[in-house]
Design a protein around this ligand. Sequence first.
Ligand SMILES: NC(=O)c1ccc[n+]([C@@H]2O[C@H](COP(=O)([O-])OP(=O)(O)OC[C@H]3O[C@@H](n4cnc5c(N)ncnc54)[C@H](O)[C@@H]3O)[C@@H](O)[C@H]2O)c1
Length: 282
Amino acid sequence: MAIRKIMVVGAGQMGGGIAQVAAQSGFEVVLNDLKPEYVEKGLAFMTKLLDRGIEKGKLTAEQKSATLGRIVPSTSLADAAGVDFVVEAASENLAIKTQIFRALDAAAAPGVILASNTSSLPITEIAAVTNRPESVIGMHFMNPVPVMTLVEVIRGIATTDAVYNAVEGLARAMGKTPVEVNDYPGFISNRVLMPMINEAIYCVFEGVASVESVDQVMKLGMNHPMGPLTLADFIGLDTCLAIMEVLYEGFADSKYRPCPLLRKMVKAGWLGKKSGKGFYNY
Ligand SMILES: NC(=O)c1ccc[n+]([C@@H]2O[C@H](COP(=O)([O-])OP(=O)(O)OC[C@H]3O[C@@H](n4cnc5c(N)ncnc54)[C@H](O)[C@@H]3O)[C@@H](O)[C@H]2O)c1
């Protein structure tokens, strides 16, 4: 089935970005969230980004209004009935995602691909709650979506080649570079990134070095654009902990044990940039 109309479920940081890139690439977009004001918030943020693009000369006012004109707000998952493809970018919680996938499966036409932007939850388990596990797949965009070119395309155990190829093609049509990954905890990105961040936290926990020193070593010594502890603050320490738990449980291997300092900071509500305090103050 040719993909022309895409539903994005969740109008937060990631869903808003996916909707923007899809609309800029010429797709019709249905942007869904729980309440109209959540969709509005996503659209307002997108408008700000598009205005910034105009200021920088990367975009014309006509392109901005054409992009926004291709996006229709929605607060009902039943709207999946009218689309050719769905990508879910709701909160990182298995119970929420399985509930959404059940509703999407009931509403969407047979054969419509249902993708999840999950950072770490098992695609196979999400697919199993639907009657179309062969058409369920991971489409993991990076943050911020309009800037980052990578999309991990994650095959669940039942995902067919035709579905994989369709999503790979869609990622390219959105100007992204797809990379094929099989469904195992953390995929590639978070399986490699999160243990590094966790180890950086252990360095602070064990008194090896200060927060600033750990970040300096990785920036100046390894040419990373930002240190791992700064990056952890940007991602959110709660998200980092949740992903480490997925790796730890998924592989049942102690090498993925979350650092006690990470747990303690999350319990304190020190979640990084979004809460004003993490390894640094904001
Ligand atoms: N933030 C990142 O860096 C990043 C990167 C890659 C992938 N992801 C993944 O993308 C997804 C979304 O993350 P985010 O950072 O955009 O979160 P966010 O909190 O900014 O947005 C989530 C949105 O989902 C909405 N939502 C919750 N339940 C819903 C439901 N039942 N129906 C419709 N909408 C619902 C919320 O109201 C919220 O607007 C998560 O799975 C996350 O793991 C995040």
